[in-house]
Design a protein around this ligand. Structure first.
Ligand code: FMN
Length: 371
């Protein structure tokens, strides 16, 4: 029996298997509105048989977008546009869908990767002034962000809560708060970006304060029976940056507040990061969080092979694996993994006839007949 294909509970949400589609920005929205690209892209991913799909970083305000093409959930129009996409996918798939809600902080106002990814100056018609914990740019040659004052913090917190209410309004099953990859909440956690001298900077407790306040606001705004969790970068890969000890402390504090899971990634806060890349390179961080915190833990990063994913779950290194690039490259990855591991997977009835002869029971409930 495959461990990867055993169900997993994240709060009250039951995943049919432990394969999660990682959040992936598409830089294709218009003023935050989902477009037909999202219908096509998400439409094929919900047929993949994964246990959960997490929607791309979705901004809680226009200035919280990484790029002008980021998905948003801060206006009625955004809600209607994304609602249309979600509703369409529901007709053909029962895969639960969560949304990653995000504010990019000082890394906002950027070009899409295929346009080079550089910062867009505030004076550019497509750019805007960014905001952050401190007036410290991501790299020295970039525009200096505005340091958020108390009113700014309250506004951002309220924006997160309002987005959570909109997510509930369109029936999403869960919320992942983006606390990773050098975006706003990670900027508060990391001493590299956070130079504040008030109660939101300095000690670990102070640096965790704003991300925890945001968690509480989102948790209170989202239906209590649905899970809210956080994605955290477990290390900045820079000396004296945010680290695994802080990650464990934050995860414990989140657990005490009702957080349902931790999604463990790394990096993103500094261009000086020295990442040690390799297959499953972030899994040991997830393993540490799982062992010390005891919340359902999702591992991510260069998990590409079914046997590798199976071993991560079987060895108790994580409770679920999330895949990004491998899912784009092979959107039927979970089908192929189920075939290799002798498991079963959900497939749409329209595709049941594609089941290979050698995998007679691959598709759950598959039956075909003719006269
Ligand atoms: C196209 C693309 C877009 C991404 N967008 C996001 C995002 O919106 N939010 C996020 O937390 N990570 C994002 N990531 C990072 C992935 O979620 C994942 O952590 C990373 O790619 C490592 O996993 P992988 O080796 O399976 O690709 C993105 C990655 C890719 C390839």
């Amino acid at each position: 029996m495959s461990h990867l294909f055993e169900p997993l509970s994240i709060g009250n949400l039951v995943l049919e298997n432990r394969i999660v589609i990682a959040p992936m920005c598409q830089y294709s929205a218009e003023e935050g509105d989902a477009v037909d690209w999202h219908l096509i892209h998400l439409g094929h991913l919900v047929l993949s048989g994964a246990g959960l799909m997490i929607l791309e970083a979705t901004a809680v305000s226009p200035e919280g977008r990484i790029s002008p093409g980021d998905l948003g959930l801060y206006s009625d129009r955004n809600e209607t546009a994304l609602g249309r996409v979600i509703e369409a996918t529901r007709k053909y798939s029962s895969m639960p869908i969560a949304v990653q809600i995000s504010h990019a902080g000082r890394k906002a106002s950027s070009r899409a990767p295929w346009e080079g990814g550089a910062q867009i100056a505030p004076a550019d018609p497509f750019g805007w002034k960014t905001e952050a914990p401190s007036a410290v740019p991501h790299s020295e040659d970039e525009d200096v962000p505005l340091a958020l004052d108390k009113a700014g913090l309250a506004r951002v917190r309220d924006d997160f809560a309002a987005t959570a209410r909109r997510a509930a309004g369109i029936g999403l099953e869960g919320i992942e708060i983006h606390g990773a990859h050098g975006y706003l909440l990670h900027q508060f956690l990391s001493p590299i970006a956070n130079r504040r001298t008030d109660e939101y900077g300095g000690s670990l407790e102070n640096r965790m304060r704003f991300p925890l306040e945001v968690f509480d606001a989102v948790r209170a705004a989202f239906p209590p029976e649905k899970p809210v969790w956080m994605r955290i970068s477990a290390t900045d890969w820079v000396a004296d940056g945010w680290d695994i000890e802080g990650t464990v402390a934050l995860s414990k504090a989140l657990k005490a507040r009702g957080c349902a899971a931790i999604h463990v990634t790394t990096g993103g806060v500094s261009p000086l990061q020295a990442i040690k890349l390799g297959p499953g390179y972030q899994v040991p961080y997830a393993q540490r969080v799982k062992a010390e915190v005891g919340l359902p833990t999702i591992a991510v990063g260069l998990i590409t092979e079914p046997e590798q994913a199976e071993a991560i779950i079987a060895n108790n290194e994580a409770d679920a694996v999330s895949l990004a690039r491998a899912m784009l490259y092979d959107p039927r990855w979970p089908w192929h993994a189920a075939a290799k591991l002798g498991a079963h997977v959900a497939a749409p009835k329209q595709y049941w006839r594609s089941q290979p002869r050698e995998y007679k029971h691959l598709f759950e409930n598959a039956r075909t007949g003719q006269r």
